[in-house]
Ligand binder design. Structure first.
Ligand code: ADP
Ligand code: MG
Length: 647
């Protein structure tokens, strides 16, 4: 006789609430029901270990997910512990419901802005997010247990009666509601399974009940495990298909890996396994550079693997993925409350069973425990990197260009990380060697005390680079987007160090002494001539005696002004709007150069204008591209100059 009852819940309408709740994440019911199946198996295995359950021979624990696109149903079947009538009453009618109730009470006021991580706690009843009717057929492992059939059609009423299940375990059937038919689609369902269940600890098999079976011959023999694993790992291994392999191919394979690599001890993992795991998990065709295997069980449980991905070019946006798991059950990607933000540039999996996941994100942010996890990860990453710098410098340098944006970002964002990494930040110098900041400063202490010259573009700055080389001066390359922010960061941390782009100033090394009168006299003269020739009233001009007499004119750009202008540009203002256009630019003229000398001696000469204009444009060109109209003028003027040669 069927037992009927009212679910112990106050709200008449719990289901509409559940259904509406977090619209976008409807698919989590798959995770909840499959993980319940896994739990049921795990519990039974434990009982067997404890001697409370005698495992029949050849027991193959599994969870089956079966869709029927025609009937619009999904079944979740496990051969785990099962439930007796009393247990269904207790765990489903009372506990699961009260869990759902408590859950809703806690969260129903919260809107999407405060998404709940993982939605743990909703459990079994998440089925009602997608189904109007749910049935349970279960048979407990206990001797003499009777099968139970439970049914609930979306109201708060259920019926429970004798069932007809003959095998140990539980079968849960969801009759999908119209809005959720998609989940009975084979591809959609497989996609969701792969998202949440890829690493669950019990084998999960997926079938489409309605699909036409490809000639199903019964092959009774057991497949040998090795061959199976090989096949599963190596997807594109389709070389010779002899008969044996064909047979093997028909054997259903679980959709998941029950021992993901992070669950193994680092000593037991081979390099190839790490690489394969990376490829399979992140579908990245590029090889990872290296990885960190996290493995800790005290004071909290945390396992995982973090990969440093290869960045193709400096312009690649770096976008990592860190997947968070709770006991091999996928929770979500990139939860920045748990994983320090800069680590999200990496790719990896982190499994932390101790995480309090049924709390909101904002609560996580303030959770001391979560902070500890985050600090631990930071510490491990810094240790790995500094260790590599100390003991495997060659590789550290080899990877530097790829990993430095990440390290710099981490230093900017995280003081703890910064403190641990400070000594291991390296800079590529003009010879292509990697040196630390103290090494650079030490080498240059005679000539450019506490100044760090840097190159952002070795084409645009080649003239300056050559001058540096002539004077045996060194500069470092800082070419990545992040470097401008990183420079500011370094200057804040090292108050007396100043970074100067290589074209920002000419140090005394390049110059010979000039008397004040000399400077005054020549500057006045040349300024007048140049202003007239170029029509630029605001031109700032400086006369120097540069050791390299070949250099006639060049432009230096004040570091401060340039940084201001760059910052304004970052906020979307163009150079002309910011008014910083050519401000900060100084035209340097070299008195040691014969053209400049000619100008000084022939202020009124026939070709003075054209020489001034050309020298000015050449100086600009060595620093930055000309504006279109300037370029046009430059080309026609150059032609004119050439034609003088023919006369
Ligand atoms: P939780 O899994 O967090 O305990 P659920 O709502 O998912 O909460 O499930 C409630 C309870 O119902 C479980 O603790 C378990 O006792 C029981 N249960 C659910 N699904 C199964 C199943 N497939 N086999 C056996 N027991 C189950
Ligand atoms: Mg559960």
């Amino acid at each position: 006789m069927a037992k009927q009852g009212s679910l112990s819940i106050n709200s008449e309408n719990i289901f509409p609430i559940i259904k509406k709740w977090l619209y976008s994440d409807h698919d989590i019911f798959v995770r909840e029901l499959v993980s319940n199946g896994c739990d049921a198996v795990t519990k039974l295995k434990k009982l067997s270990v404890m001697g409370e359950f005698e495992e029949p021979e050849n027991t193959n624990y599994r969870v089956d997910v079966v869709v029927s696109p025609e009937d619009k149903t999904i079944k979740f079947i496990d051969n785990g512990i099962g439930m007796t009538e009393g247990e269904v009453d207790e765990y489903i009618n009372q506990i699961a419901f009260s869990g759902a109730e408590a859950f809703l009470a806690q969260y129903k006021d919260k809107t999407n802005e405060d998404q709940i991580i993982g939605h743990f706690g909703l459990g079994f009843y998440s089925a009602f997010m997608v189904a109007d009717k749910v049935t349970i057929d279960t048979l407990s492992f206990k001797e003499d247990a009777a099968p139970v059939h439970w049914e609930c059609d979306g109201g708060t009423e259920f019926t429970m009666e004798a069932g007809d299940r003959t095998e140990r375990g539980t079968e849960i059937t969801l009759y999908l509601n119209e809005d959720s038919f998609e989940f009975s689609n084979e591809y959609r369902c497989r996609e969701v399974l792969e998202k949440y269940c890829s690493f669950m600890p019990v084998e999960i098999y997926f079938t489409n009940e309605d699909a036409e079976e490809p000639e199903k011959e019964e092959i009774p023999e057991v497949v040998d495990v090795d061959a199976k694993e090989e096949g599963a790992e190596d997807g594109d291994h389709e070389v010779t298909l002899d008969e044996e392999e064909e047979e093997e191919d028909n054997t259903p394979k679980p959709i998941n890996t029950i021992h993901p690599l992070w669950t193994k001890h680092p000593n037991e993992c081979t390099e190839e396994e790490y690489r394969t795991f990376y490829r399979d998990t992140f579908h990245d065709y590029k090889e990872p550079l290296f990885w960190i295997h996290l493995n800790m069980d005290y004071p909290f449980n945390l396992k995982g693997i973090l990969y440093f991905p290869k960045i193709n070019t400096q312009y690649d946006t770096i976008e990592g993925t860190i997947k968070l798991y709770n006991n091999q059950v996928f929770i979500a990607d990139n939860i920045k409350e748990v994983i320090p933000e800069y680590l999200l540039l990496l790719k990896g999996c982190i499994d932390c069973p101790d995480l309090p996941l049924n709390v909101s994100r904002s609560a996580l942010q303030n959770d001391g425990f979560v902070k500890k996890i985050s600090n631990y990860i930071t510490k491990k990453v810094a240790e790995k990197l500094s260790g590599m710098c100390k003991t495997d410098r060659e590789n550290y340098e080899k990877y530097w260009d790829d990993i430095s944006p990440f390290i710099k970002f981490g230093c900017i964002r995280d003081t703890k990380f910064n403190d641990k990494m400070t000594d291991y930040i390296i800079f590529k110098n003009m010879e292509g060697k990697y040196i630390t900041l103290p090494e650079y400063l030490e080498a240059g202490k005679e000539s450019y005390e506490n100044q760090v010259f840097y190159i952002t573009d070795d084409v645009a700055q080649s003239q300056y680079i050559n001058m540096f080389k002539e004077q045996n001066m060194d500069a470092v390359y800082l070419t990545h987007n992040i470097d401008s922010t990183f420079i500011t960061h370094l200057e804040q941390r090292n108050q007396d160090v100043h970074f100067l782009r290589i074209d920002s100033d000419l140090t005394d090394n390049f110059k010979e002494e000039l008397s004040e009168e000399e400077v005054k006299e020549t500057t006045d003269k040349l300024a007048a001539v140049f202003k007239k020739a170029t029509g630029k009233e605001n031109l700032i001009l400086k006369v120097e005696k540069l050791k390299n007499a070949d250099v006639a004119s060049m432009i230096t750009v004040s570091e401060q002004t340039r940084r201001m202008a760059e910052m304004m540009e970052m906020y979307g203002m163009s150079r002309s709007e910011t008014g910083f256009g050519e401000q900060g630019e100084t035209l340097v003229l070299n008195m040691n150069n014969e053209l400049v000398q000619y100008l000084l001696e022939h202020e009124e000469g026939e070709h003075v204008d054209i020489i001034c204009q050309q020298l000015y444009d050449l100086a600009q060109l060595a620093n930055h591209p000309l504006k279109p109209e300037e370029m046009t003028a430059f080309v026609s003027r150059s032609n004119k100059i050439l034609s003088i040669l023919t006369k």
